[in-house]
Design a protein around this ligand. Structure first.
Ligand SMILES: O=C(CO)COP(=O)(O)O
Length: 136
């Protein structure tokens, strides 16, 4: 499965903890991230992560574009709900596209835990039907 990992600055430590804790699960999947989040995850875990632009420079939109092509299977996005972001419209657009395409989205650690355990138990196998249709 293809997973997107994104964290706002005040949530980057949470993302590092999450990636370390679930490295054994994350390592079985294709990982994508916005620029700075990706570097931090790679440094902390040694996992291979494909990095898009940093969020404020268009990274959320790049991940949104993959969702619009039905090429992303899960999004874990540790948003900072207490800090205004200059690229708020991009963030809203990404979340909206997850809803348009029924892509599992976690915006906090509690939901992320549920999703990652579900992923490991095969709860996203329905997505493989879409992969087959796309010839992947
Ligand atoms: O701003 C972000 C998501 O909206 C995250 O971007 P970075 O991972 O580059 O910090």
């Amino acid at each position: 499965m293809k997973l997107a990992l994104i964290a706002h600055d005040k949530k980057k430590n949470d993302m590092i903890q999450f990636a370390r804790a679930y490295q054994h699960i994350l390592g079985k999947h294709e990982l994508y991230a916005t620029g700075t989040t990706g570097i931090k995850i790679m440094e902390a875990t040694g996992l291979e992560v494909y990095r898009f632009q940093s969020g404020p420079l268009g990274g959320d939109q790049e991940i949104g574009a993959l969702i619009a092509q039905n090429k992303m299977d899960m999004v874990i996005f540790f948003r900072d709900p207490l800090t205004a972001q200059p690229h708020e419209p991009d963030i809203s657009a990404l979340i909206r596209l997850c809803d348009v395409y029924a892509i599992p989205l976690a915006t906090n650690m509690g939901t992320a835990e549920v999703l990652i355990h579900g992923l490991d138990r095969g709860a996203l196998q329905w997505r493989s039907i879409i992969h087959e249709k796309q010839g992947e």
